[in-house]
Design a protein around this ligand. Structure first.
Ligand SMILES: [Zn+2]
Length: 364
């Protein structure tokens, strides 16, 4: 997704009260990846288990991932979705997130953490929502992190959905072998994220990776963020569709493939600016892999081909032949998997701090 935010924020419950008893649990529709090995892992107390919840305007996609002792790559144990029912408002949506989490812990056992992918802006200190453009209702200032943590009885981590996409694709998806990866989501808006040496790069303010909000046309149209000529303002799906005179961006790419002159112009225009945006990031960060996802990528090569040509024309200092541009591999589950991975990386960051505390105590 597009607008906003901001790294991750972790919300801890004050007291860990343990699993609820007497909870009525109905079995969910869940797809088991490897049911026999899952059964073995569930017997082990050493498996670290995380829940990922990807909050979207239509669906809440969810996942359970597990990491075996000594392993770094997680196993996706289950993925599925429920309707968000966003029209029912923030309280009900928050309750549904908690409901899904509680059912998953009842089904799979307790979890080390839960990650929530958020399609917008949130306060990295408090876990309160600042801006959710695609969900109706009074979300501004609505507390999400702490109530979810308390409801599911596990530490909760919020992450922007485009950063969650990037983290998932860069860990077990199309960018898993990358040294430096740029993740881009092309949908209602243009989102992004950067992975360096296997870690999500969030920068000093927790906001790094806002690929769609770099200026590519100084005198361009005003963006939703207030800046002029952001990449998102000139190349988002609705702009492509408007310029091509069709219903949506995928239709524009299809029409361009049939040599429709207006659609060809619209695609060339969007690809020109997208290539500027990608080339900027590749040149500054030394990106070796660009992973493109989001709804528009259902047009596949129709999006990739003109973009690759435009990009090769613009890259000079970095050999274009060594920059791989690929379609995302994980599909719609990337957001939920990335949210679970965000919870896991918060947990390992906390663990890393423990020796520092121990050492300072020992020095006294
Ligand atoms: Zn902007």
């Amino acid at each position: 997704m597009a607008d906003g935010q901001l790294g991750t924020v972790r919300c801890r419950i004050e007291q860990f009260v343990g699993p609820s008893s007497g909870l009525c649990v109905r079995r969910q529709r869940l797809r088991f990846v490897r049911s026999s090995s899952l059964a073995k892992r569930r017997e082990s107390l050493l498996v670290d288990r995380y829940i990922g919840l990807d909050l979207g305007g239509t669906n809440i996609d969810y996942t359970v991932i597990e990491v075996d002792p000594g392993e770094t790559r997680p196993t996706v144990v289950a993925t599925d979705k429920v309707r968000t029912r966003a029209h029912q408002g923030p309280e009900r949506v928050r309750d549904r997130l908690i409901e899904v989490g509680k059912k998953l812990t009842a089904e799979y056992g307790s979890v080390v953490g839960v990650g929530v992918g958020v399609p917008g802006l949130f306060d990295a200190q408090t876990g309160a929502i600042e801006f959710l453009p695609n969900l109706p209702g009074p979300w501004e200032g609505f507390s999400l992190g702490d109530p979810v943590s308390e409801g599911i009885e596990a530490p909760a981590t919020l992450i922007n959905d485009a950063r969650a996409f990037t983290l998932a694709e860069g860990t077990i998806g199309a960018g898993a072998d990358a040294k430096v990866m740029l993740g881009v989501t092309l949908g209602t808006g243009i989102g992004g994220g950067i992975m360096i040496d296997g870690s999500l790069h969030l920068g000093a303010f927790g906001t790094a990776g806002e690929f769609g909000h770099q200026t590519v046309d100084p005198n361009g149209p005003v963006c939703g963020c207030g800046n002029h000529g952001c990449l998102e303002a000139v190349a988002k799906g609705s702009e492509i569709a408007k310029a091509a005179g069709v219903e949506n961006a995928v239709a524009a790419y299809t029409a361009a493939a049939e040599k429709d002159p207006r659609a060809l112009d619209a695609i060339a225009h969007a690809s020109y600016f997208m290539a500027i945006g990608i080339a900027n990031v590749v040149t500054v960060f030394g990106v070796d892999t660009v992973v493109l996802g989001g709804g528009i990528m259902s047009a596949g090569d129709l999006v990739l081909n003109p973009l690759v040509s435009a990009l090769h024309a613009r890259l000079t200092l970095v050999p274009a032949s060594r920059v791989t541009i690929v379609k995302a591999a994980l599909g719609v589950k990337a957001g939920a998997v990335g949210a679970a991975l965000a919870a896991r990386s918060q947990e390992s960051d906390s663990a890393k701090q423990l020796p520092v505390i121990g050492r300072s105590i020992g020095e006294e």
